[in-house]
Design a binder for this molecule. Structure first.
Ligand SMILES: [Zn+2]
Length: 213
Protein backbone atom coordinates (compact mmCIF):
# COMPACT_ATOMS: atom_id res chain seq x y z
CA UNK A 1 0.00 0.00 0.00
CA UNK A 2 1.17 3.50 -0.74
CA UNK A 3 -0.43 6.82 -1.56
CA UNK A 4 0.74 9.56 -3.89
CA UNK A 5 1.47 13.15 -2.90
CA UNK A 6 -1.73 14.38 -4.55
CA UNK A 7 -3.77 11.70 -2.77
CA UNK A 8 -2.16 12.81 0.49
CA UNK A 9 -3.21 16.42 -0.12
CA UNK A 10 -6.79 15.25 -0.50
CA UNK A 11 -6.85 13.40 2.86
CA UNK A 12 -4.77 15.86 4.90
CA UNK A 13 -6.89 17.24 7.77
CA UNK A 14 -6.76 20.99 7.22
CA UNK A 15 -8.66 22.07 10.34
CA UNK A 16 -5.74 21.06 12.60
CA UNK A 17 -2.28 22.49 12.03
CA UNK A 18 0.74 23.81 13.92
CA UNK A 19 2.28 22.34 17.05
CA UNK A 20 -0.47 23.35 19.47
CA UNK A 21 -3.26 20.79 19.15
CA UNK A 22 -5.95 20.63 21.84
CA UNK A 23 -8.97 18.55 22.76
CA UNK A 24 -11.52 20.99 21.30
CA UNK A 25 -10.06 20.41 17.83
CA UNK A 26 -10.41 16.66 18.27
CA UNK A 27 -14.02 17.05 19.42
CA UNK A 28 -14.77 19.07 16.27
CA UNK A 29 -13.08 16.49 14.06
CA UNK A 30 -15.06 13.67 15.66
CA UNK A 31 -18.33 15.54 15.35
CA UNK A 32 -17.63 16.18 11.67
CA UNK A 33 -17.07 12.45 11.07
CA UNK A 34 -19.44 10.93 13.59
CA UNK A 35 -21.38 8.93 11.00
CA UNK A 36 -18.34 6.95 9.94
CA UNK A 37 -16.76 6.43 13.35
CA UNK A 38 -17.69 4.72 16.59
CA UNK A 39 -16.90 7.48 19.07
CA UNK A 40 -16.61 7.02 22.82
CA UNK A 41 -15.61 9.01 25.86
CA UNK A 42 -13.25 6.51 27.49
CA UNK A 43 -12.52 8.56 30.59
CA UNK A 44 -11.55 11.92 32.01
CA UNK A 45 -8.28 13.68 32.72
CA UNK A 46 -7.13 15.16 36.07
CA UNK A 47 -8.85 18.43 35.12
CA UNK A 48 -11.97 16.58 33.98
CA UNK A 49 -11.43 16.91 30.24
CA UNK A 50 -12.95 14.16 28.12
CA UNK A 51 -10.59 11.54 26.70
CA UNK A 52 -12.10 10.42 23.40
CA UNK A 53 -11.60 7.30 21.33
CA UNK A 54 -12.69 6.51 17.82
CA UNK A 55 -13.08 3.08 16.28
CA UNK A 56 -13.42 1.92 12.71
CA UNK A 57 -13.01 -1.26 10.70
CA UNK A 58 -14.37 -4.75 11.23
CA UNK A 59 -11.33 -6.97 10.76
CA UNK A 60 -9.82 -9.63 13.00
CA UNK A 61 -6.50 -7.78 13.60
CA UNK A 62 -7.08 -5.40 16.47
CA UNK A 63 -4.90 -2.31 16.53
CA UNK A 64 -4.80 0.24 19.35
CA UNK A 65 -3.10 3.61 18.82
CA UNK A 66 -2.79 6.49 21.25
CA UNK A 67 -1.22 9.89 20.66
CA UNK A 68 -0.34 12.96 22.73
CA UNK A 69 0.36 10.98 25.89
CA UNK A 70 2.91 13.81 26.05
CA UNK A 71 0.68 16.86 25.70
CA UNK A 72 3.05 18.86 23.52
CA UNK A 73 3.71 16.07 20.99
CA UNK A 74 1.04 16.64 18.39
CA UNK A 75 2.66 15.46 15.14
CA UNK A 76 1.26 11.95 15.45
CA UNK A 77 -2.18 13.27 16.42
CA UNK A 78 -2.31 15.12 13.12
CA UNK A 79 -1.03 11.99 11.36
CA UNK A 80 -3.75 9.91 13.02
CA UNK A 81 -6.46 12.31 11.78
CA UNK A 82 -5.03 12.15 8.25
CA UNK A 83 -5.02 8.35 8.56
CA UNK A 84 -8.68 8.34 9.60
CA UNK A 85 -9.51 10.60 6.63
CA UNK A 86 -7.74 8.11 4.38
CA UNK A 87 -9.58 5.15 5.88
CA UNK A 88 -13.02 6.69 5.33
CA UNK A 89 -12.39 7.25 1.62
CA UNK A 90 -13.53 4.57 -0.79
CA UNK A 91 -9.96 3.75 -1.87
CA UNK A 92 -9.38 0.03 -2.34
CA UNK A 93 -6.45 -0.08 0.08
CA UNK A 94 -8.45 1.72 2.78
CA UNK A 95 -11.28 -0.77 2.32
CA UNK A 96 -8.81 -3.64 2.58
CA UNK A 97 -7.40 -2.30 5.87
CA UNK A 98 -10.91 -1.92 7.31
CA UNK A 99 -11.74 -5.48 6.26
CA UNK A 100 -8.56 -6.86 7.83
CA UNK A 101 -8.33 -4.65 10.92
CA UNK A 102 -10.34 -3.09 13.70
CA UNK A 103 -8.67 0.18 14.72
CA UNK A 104 -9.17 1.95 18.02
CA UNK A 105 -7.49 5.36 18.24
CA UNK A 106 -7.16 7.76 21.20
CA UNK A 107 -6.10 11.03 19.52
CA UNK A 108 -5.17 12.86 22.76
CA UNK A 109 -4.53 10.81 25.90
CA UNK A 110 -3.27 13.83 27.87
CA UNK A 111 -5.71 16.68 27.09
CA UNK A 112 -4.62 18.73 30.14
CA UNK A 113 -1.02 18.70 28.97
CA UNK A 114 -2.19 19.52 25.44
CA UNK A 115 -4.12 22.58 26.73
CA UNK A 116 -1.02 24.12 28.32
CA UNK A 117 1.50 22.60 25.89
CA UNK A 118 3.40 20.46 28.38
CA UNK A 119 4.81 16.95 28.18
CA UNK A 120 3.45 16.10 31.64
CA UNK A 121 -0.16 15.88 32.85
CA UNK A 122 -1.85 18.30 35.29
CA UNK A 123 -0.24 16.49 38.27
CA UNK A 124 3.18 16.94 36.62
CA UNK A 125 3.53 13.24 35.90
CA UNK A 126 5.09 11.84 32.71
CA UNK A 127 2.40 9.36 31.68
CA UNK A 128 4.88 7.30 29.68
CA UNK A 129 6.59 6.50 33.01
CA UNK A 130 3.31 5.69 34.77
CA UNK A 131 2.15 2.68 32.73
CA UNK A 132 2.96 0.15 35.46
CA UNK A 133 2.03 2.11 38.60
CA UNK A 134 -0.96 3.86 37.06
CA UNK A 135 -1.16 6.63 39.64
CA UNK A 136 -2.88 8.95 37.15
CA UNK A 137 -6.42 8.83 35.73
CA UNK A 138 -5.08 9.00 32.16
CA UNK A 139 -2.96 5.88 32.78
CA UNK A 140 -5.97 4.04 34.19
CA UNK A 141 -8.02 5.05 31.13
CA UNK A 142 -5.40 3.66 28.77
CA UNK A 143 -5.15 0.39 30.68
CA UNK A 144 -8.94 0.01 30.78
CA UNK A 145 -9.14 0.57 27.02
CA UNK A 146 -6.33 -1.95 26.50
CA UNK A 147 -8.02 -4.56 28.71
CA UNK A 148 -11.42 -4.04 27.09
CA UNK A 149 -10.23 -4.04 23.47
CA UNK A 150 -7.48 -6.70 23.80
CA UNK A 151 -5.41 -5.41 20.88
CA UNK A 152 -3.03 -7.54 18.82
CA UNK A 153 -0.85 -4.49 18.13
CA UNK A 154 -0.27 -1.20 19.96
CA UNK A 155 1.18 2.04 18.62
CA UNK A 156 2.41 4.44 21.32
CA UNK A 157 2.74 7.59 19.19
CA UNK A 158 5.21 10.36 20.02
CA UNK A 159 7.18 13.27 18.61
CA UNK A 160 10.94 13.14 18.75
CA UNK A 161 13.45 15.89 19.17
CA UNK A 162 15.35 16.94 16.09
CA UNK A 163 18.75 15.82 17.38
CA UNK A 164 18.43 12.14 16.50
CA UNK A 165 20.38 10.82 13.55
CA UNK A 166 20.02 7.62 11.58
CA UNK A 167 22.57 5.30 13.21
CA UNK A 168 26.03 6.85 12.92
CA UNK A 169 25.23 8.81 9.79
CA UNK A 170 24.75 12.59 9.57
CA UNK A 171 21.17 12.14 8.34
CA UNK A 172 18.43 13.29 10.73
CA UNK A 173 15.78 10.72 11.63
CA UNK A 174 12.41 11.78 10.16
CA UNK A 175 10.39 8.87 11.51
CA UNK A 176 11.63 6.40 14.14
CA UNK A 177 10.16 3.09 15.21
CA UNK A 178 11.05 1.56 18.56
CA UNK A 179 10.44 -1.99 19.75
CA UNK A 180 11.51 -1.60 23.40
CA UNK A 181 12.84 -4.58 25.33
CA UNK A 182 11.17 -5.79 28.53
CA UNK A 183 14.46 -6.50 30.36
CA UNK A 184 17.96 -4.98 30.76
CA UNK A 185 19.46 -7.78 28.64
CA UNK A 186 17.38 -6.45 25.74
CA UNK A 187 16.23 -9.94 24.90
CA UNK A 188 13.93 -10.52 21.95
CA UNK A 189 10.66 -11.85 23.29
CA UNK A 190 8.03 -13.27 20.94
CA UNK A 191 6.06 -10.01 20.89
CA UNK A 192 9.18 -7.89 20.47
CA UNK A 193 10.20 -10.09 17.53
CA UNK A 194 6.82 -9.50 15.91
CA UNK A 195 7.18 -5.73 16.50
CA UNK A 196 10.60 -5.80 14.84
CA UNK A 197 9.20 -7.65 11.82
CA UNK A 198 6.39 -5.11 11.56
CA UNK A 199 8.90 -2.26 11.68
CA UNK A 200 10.87 -3.83 8.83
CA UNK A 201 7.67 -4.08 6.77
CA UNK A 202 6.65 -0.47 7.51
CA UNK A 203 10.11 0.75 6.62
CA UNK A 204 10.05 -1.08 3.29
CA UNK A 205 6.81 0.67 2.32
CA UNK A 206 8.04 4.05 3.55
CA UNK A 207 11.34 3.83 1.71
CA UNK A 208 9.41 3.79 -1.56
CA UNK A 209 7.75 7.08 -0.63
CA UNK A 210 10.35 9.04 1.33
CA UNK A 211 12.60 11.18 -0.77
CA UNK A 212 16.26 10.40 -0.08
CA UNK A 213 18.69 13.31 -0.37
ZN1 LIG B 1 6.73 11.58 23.92
Amino acid sequence: MSISQSEYRSIKEKSVSGRYVINEQILEFLEKNEEQLLIKTVGRSVQNREIKSLQLGKGPNKILMWSQMHGNESTTTKAALDFVNFLITDSASAQLILKQCTLLIIPILNPDGAAVYTRINANEIDLNRDAQNRTQPESVVLRNVFNGFKPDYCFNLHDQRTIFNVGRTSKPATVSFLAPAHDPERSISKTRGISMQLIVAMNQVLQEMIEVK
